[in-house]
Design a protein around this ligand. Structure first.
Ligand SMILES: NC(=O)c1ccc[n+]([C@@H]2O[C@H](COP(=O)([O-])OP(=O)(O)OC[C@H]3O[C@@H](n4cnc5c(N)ncnc54)[C@H](OP(=O)(O)O)[C@@H]3O)[C@@H](O)[C@H]2O)c1
Length: 337
């Protein structure tokens, strides 16, 4: 059954140790203003604002962006959209790391010069005084952990940032653990939110990373929860790629996700989807929401219909047996990032 965003009613969940409550599904805006490998913009300004409207109408309150998304367009469009709305009702997260100026090595990473330069620029684009969560988009080995935490703590003390997040891959969990030890010893703000890649195919964070998050009461907000669209049922092992997909234009996507092992996993996903009368995308998202240690997946969508379908996953209930079957059906991970 197709429902409109207004008929959905997303719940709030606790953002773990932060004490704040936010949406059980977060809105991802990576593809706002993003050009794919074929040179097409995946989500233009009009569509971006429609997606924000639809998410809001469904009760969604957590918007995830980054200062490099769409070369700043994502933050700008969110900032415009927020005008005339009550900023306090929304949790806004952004990220800093990737190089923004050619030939300027200091414009990459989390050195103090770069972080201080970029926080003000991103707040201006978002047209707000603060972001709820500021992530380091990746770990920067060139910046000492103590220097990093001191710089980030200053942003919290200045009121420009409420909470700190680390968007990382699994091998960097110990670096976050060490940085948090330094921060706590100094009375500085530690990282309290993690943003790893996690979906039925990409399972690198299972084990020590999720256990570390649980032990330290850190929120875990997975990105690419649908394996960039692979887990939606729109790809078929025997048929040509769907023309309307913008994501499929990437060679890396095709090589990583469109493998026999992943299509075998998808067969199990289809079987469970039939059993619960839901779409594969909804079951893939519901599986994540049933995983111990996951706080709230970040939902990506290129159209309002996709978004509505994905948000409706919040109402999909899976039995323990179905969760176990899906968990056992492993494919092979995405090679990039
Ligand atoms: N921290 C990081 O390094 C990082 C990295 C990546 C993403 N993120 C965050 O996570 C968010 C989500 O990532 P993602 O975009 O990769 O998420 P995803 O949900 O895995 O993939 C989203 C893409 O899948 C397709 N899709 C989604 N729902 C669909 C449906 N119901 N039916 C058919 N196709 C559907 C759409 O692409 P097509 O229609 O074009 O096929 C859509 O753009 C991002 O927006 C960003 O905020 C963070």
């Amino acid at each position: 059954m197709t429902r409109s965003p207004e008929e959905l009613d997303l719940d709030f969940v606790s953002l773990d140790g932060t004490g704040i409550h936010t949406s059980e599904l977060q809105l991802g805006t990576w593809r706002f203003g993003k050009e794919n490998d074929a040179g097409e913009v995946e989500i233009d300004e009009t569509r971006a604002k429609e997606l924000l409207d639809a998410y809001d109408a469904a009760g969604g309150r957590y918007i995830d962006t980054a200062d490099v998304y769409g070369g700043g367009a994502s933050e700008e469009w969110i900032g415009e959209w927020l005008q005339g709305r009550d900023r306090e009702r929304y949790t806004i997260a952004s990220k800093i790391y990737w190089q923004i100026r050619d030939g300027d090595p200091n414009s990459r990473g989390t050195n103090r010069k770069n972080v201080r330069d970029r926080i003000d620029a991103l707040l201006e684009r978002l047209d707000t005084d603060y972001v709820d969560v500021l992530y380091i988009h990746r770990w920067d080995d060139a910046t000492d952990a103590r220097e990093l935490m001191k710089t980030l703590n200053a942003l919290v003390e200045e009121g420009k940032v409420h909470y700190l997040g680390a968007s990382t891959l699994r091998p960097n969990a110990w670096k976050v653990a060490r940085a948090n030890e330094i921060a706590r010893a100094e009375g500085w703000e530690p990282f309290s939110v993690l943003q790893p890649r996690y979906n039925l195919v990409d399972r690198e964070i299972e084990g020590d990373y999720l256990e570390f998050a649980r032990q330290q009461d850190l929120a875990v907000c997975p990105w690419s929860p649908l394996g960039q669209g692979f887990l939606t049922g729109k790809y078929d092992r025997d048929e040509a790629l769907p023309e309307e997909s913008k994501v499929a234009a990437s060679d890396r996507f095709q090589e990583s996700y469109l493998t026999e092992a992943n299509f075998d996993l998808h067969d199990e996903l289809d079987a469970v989807a039939d059993e619960v009368d839901a779409s594969p995308a909804q079951v893939a998202l519901a599986w994540l929401q049933h995983r111990d240690g996951v706080t709230a997946p970040i939902v990506g969508a290129r159209t309002v219909d996709q978004l509505t379908e994905n948000l409706a996953s919040a109402a999909v209930d899976l039995s323990d047996e179905q969760v176990e079957r899906l968990t056992a059906a492993k494919g092979g991970p995405y090679a990039g990032l």
